[in-house]
Every structure is written in structure tokens, then in C-alpha cells.
Write a protein that binds this ligand. Structure first.
Ligand code: SF4
Length: 207
């Protein structure tokens, strides 16, 4: 049974409940993994993706597959450095399974997105990151209220005391990355993220 307290004073207790959350299953949605919740070790930036894929769901660790390798290449970060720098969360935190069409993964339903926003809101309040990187269209919509990556990759936004710098989803499934102009925007965004990481320094955010 999913447990959600009326308030959380530590990230550890929030994560303990998040790791066993079954709210979407209880609401009737099919999920193909348990929640993927990365341990918090004082990472200085917050990455916000769409949902875990099959590999992430199996390993219960974010960005383990090919898309994660592309992301690290964009950001010029080795694997250990990446996980030490970014606390990685997502709009929904369980692998949603294959799409009914059989092509790609199922997009979490709006109700699942709403159910999972509980964890994000508490998490952001407890971690208070100074840099947030939303990855992909769904993350950009949920976090910044923007329509698509087309209007925001290469830009920076102020978001409740943090700087937000969006990236497109690195899977390339949408074809957006096929355009050289869009790839140039990704380079610009990645450079901006690296500069912002240098600016916020090595000091961990609180939480
Ligand atoms: S997707 Fe989020 S709200 Fe839904 S069961 Fe998983 S952790 Fe809970």
C-alpha cells in the first residue's frame, strides 16, 4: 500500500516511501517496474527526465541505456562524474512498459504524471537545487509549462530560485535531432549547462 505523509522533513524518508510507491498500480495503470529512485549524495544539479526505460527499470538506476550514454557525451561527463553531479528524477518513476502499438515505450497517462508529481514537489523543496535540467518534451511541459523542446533548447529559465536549462530527449526517437540546426542548439545548451555547473561549484545543495 502506498504511503504518502502529509509532510517530509528529510529526503531519506521521502525516498523510503517513494521506493515502494504503487500509486499508479492502485489507480489501475500497468507498470513494468518498481520506482527508480537514485540515492542522494549531495549532487549539485537536478536532472528531470520523462520515465525510466526497460534497462533503468530492471537496474532501478536512471539513465543506464543508450540514451544515458548520449546524454553523458553531450555533457562531456564520465559515468561516475555524471551520477555524482546530477540527482536524476523523472515525471514518472516506474517503467511504464511498451506502448500498445509496440513501437517504443508507453507515455505515462496524465493521471500517472499527476500522481508522481507529489514526489517531485517534495524532492525539489528538500534538495533546493540551483541548476535543473529538464530532458525531453514531457519534462519541459511538466516543469516549465512550455509546449515543446523546439521553443526552449538553447535557452535558460529562472525556476523558483534555480536556473533551468532544457535538453531534448537523447533517444532521438522523435527525429528532432536529425536537423543540424537542432543539434547546434543541443551543443549550445550543453555548453550552458557545463558553464552553470562550474558556476554553482562543488558545494552540495542542501537537503
Ligand atoms: S510512477 Fe510514480 S506515482 Fe506511479 S507508482 Fe511509480 S513512483 Fe508511484
Amino acid at each position: 500500500m502506498t504511503r504518502r505523509r502529509s509532510s517530509y522533513r528529510s529526503l531519506q524518508s521521502l525516498q523510503r516511501d517513494n521506493r515502494v510507491c504503487r500509486a499508479c498500480v492502485e489507480a489501475g495503470y500497468p507498470l513494468a517496474s518498481l520506482p527508480v529512485v537514485q540515492p542522494y549524495t549531495g549532487q549539485r544539479a537536478y536532472m528531470f527526465g520523462q520515465a525510466p526505460g526497460v534497462v533503468e527499470g530492471r537496474e532501478r538506476r536512471p539513465w543506464r541505456g543508450r540514451a544515458g550514454r548520449t546524454l553523458r557525451r553531450w555533457l562531456q561527463l564520465e559515468e561516475d562524474e555524471f551520477y555524482a553531479t546530477f540527482y536524476c528524477a523523472s515525471v514518472t518513476r516506474c517503467y511504464p512498459g511498451k506502448a500498445p502499438s509496440g513501437r517504443g515505450d508507453r507515455t505515462p497517462a496524465p493521471r500517472e504524471q499527476e500522481l508522481c508529481s507529489f514526489w517531485r514537489e517534495w524532492e525539489l523543496g528538500l534538495i533546493t537545487p540551483r541548476l535543473i535540467v529538464p530532458v525531453g518534451g514531457l519534462a519541459v511541459r511538466r516543469l516549465l509549462g512550455l509546449k515543446s523542446v523546439t521553443e526552449c533548447v538553447g535557452e535558460r529559465y529562472e525556476n523558483e530560485g534555480a536556473v533551468a536549462i532544457p535538453l531534448p530527449h537523447p533517444s532521438g526517437a522523435s527525429g528532432w535531432l536529425n536537423s543540424p540546426a537542432n543539434r547546434a542548439l543541443v551543443e549550445r545548451a550543453a555548453a550552458s549547462i557545463r558553464a552553470e555547473l562550474a558556476r554553482v561549484g562543488d558545494a552540495p545543495a542542501c537537503g
